[in-house]
Write a protein that binds this ligand. Structure first.
Ligand code: NAP
Length: 301
């Protein structure tokens, strides 16, 4: 069977299927670990205390590698089903399997304003851990009001002279503990009821962002770095023709992680669900691995 996506959900599914003696291949278009690679520290995954996101990814991967799960690079192009067999096509190869698990996760949503694309990599970033150090003693703007904006904003206080969080409403969405941690840092401030409507620079580097408040007033705010954390979109572009997604592109499953196509499963952040955490991702994986074992056992009967 094939798992597409090597984040915590995909890796835990692979752990369960491989332990059930199902030959398991895990495909990913990048580094294993998924969003763990964009997370500095994890501290809400029970049993491991505080751990670096990348270290947790590494130990998950080592565990499945030791079990014999095969890992290959490949960017998904299509999934089709012919009889009981799935045909999975990537940019590298075509595979056949009895069951497929979609564990492709989510990616950071774009703001869609002028300057965002132009200054991407020149001041606009979606990854504080990757790019924070470029803005030492600079003026940093974080866009968004959720857990990601608060958590990454707090991390950026290690580098920026100031870190201003711009949120479109007057109330933060993120959890209280993360709100307090961000607000209690000396070099932070909150700008509510405002949207970043333009990212302005000298052609090479960002100098300002344009803010538009709820009354339509426009102001300029000095900025060297703009970190955008306004939510996530599911990585399901190649799956939209299968009729397994909702209006936002998230995959719909039953409580066994099965989509409406028999043998096609989905786990983790890509699935329509209430809470997207490492713990819920690996929980999906355990359920899914068990469901696949039962599914394939029935096929063989
Ligand atoms: P999120 O919870 O969806 O928050 C997105 C934020 O961006 C919201 O405050 C939203 O404003 C704002 N926003 C959305 N579209 C916008 C736009 N076009 N312009 C300006 N602002 C916009 O996303 P997230 O923070 O990336 O978190 C995603 C999931 O991961 C959540 O379930 C979160 O709990 C989880 N997460 C957990 C942790 C942790 O447990 N430590 C850390 C990071 C993420 P409104 O509030 O007005 O909608």
């Amino acid at each position: 069977m094939i798992v597409i996506g090597a984040g915590p959900a995909g890796m835990n599914t692979a752990l369960y299927t491989q332990r059930s003696n199902l030959k398991t291949l895990i495909l990913d278009k990048g580094m294993y670990g998924g969003q763990l690679n964009n997370t500095l520290e994890v501290e809400n995954y029970i049993g491991v205390g505080k751990v670096l996101g990348m270290d947790l990814a590494e130990s998950m991967y080592q565990q499945i590698e030791e079990l014999g799960v095969e890992y290959q690079y490949g960017e998904l192009l299509s999934i089709t089903k012919e009889g009981d067999l799935f045909i999975v096509v990537t940019d590298v190869e075509t595979y056949q399997s009895l069951s497929v698990v979609i564990a492709t996760g989510t990616e950071h949503r774009k703001l869609g304003v002028q300057g965002e694309l132009e200054y991407s990599g020149k001041g606009v970033s979606y990854c504080a851990i990757c790019d924070g150090a470029f803005f030492k003693d600079g003026k940093i703007v974080v866009v968004g009001g959720g857990d990601s904006a608060l958590e990454e904003g707090e991390y950026l206080t290690n580098y920026g002279k100031t870190v201003s969080l711009i949120h479109r409403r007057d109330e933060l969405r993120g959890t209280k503990i993360l709100q307090d941690r961000f607000i209690n840092k000396e070099n932070t401030d909150l700008i509510f009821n405002s949207q970043v409507t333009n990212i302005i620079g000298d052609g090479n580097l960002i100098t300002h962002v344009e803010l538009t408040d709820v009354d339509g007033n426009i102001t300029k705010h000095e900025a060297n770095g703009v970190f955008i954390y306004i939510g996530l979109d599911p990585n399901t572009t190649q799956l939209l023709n299968l009729g397994i997604t909702d209006s936002e592109g998230y995959v719909l499953t039953d409580d066994k992680m099965q989509t409406n196509i028999s043998g096609l499963f989905a786990v983790g952040d890509v699935r329509k669900k209430e809470l997207r955490q490492i713990a819920t991702a690996v929980g999906d994986g355990s359920i899914c691995g068990t469901s696949i074992y039962n599914y394939i056992a029935k096929l063989k009967d």
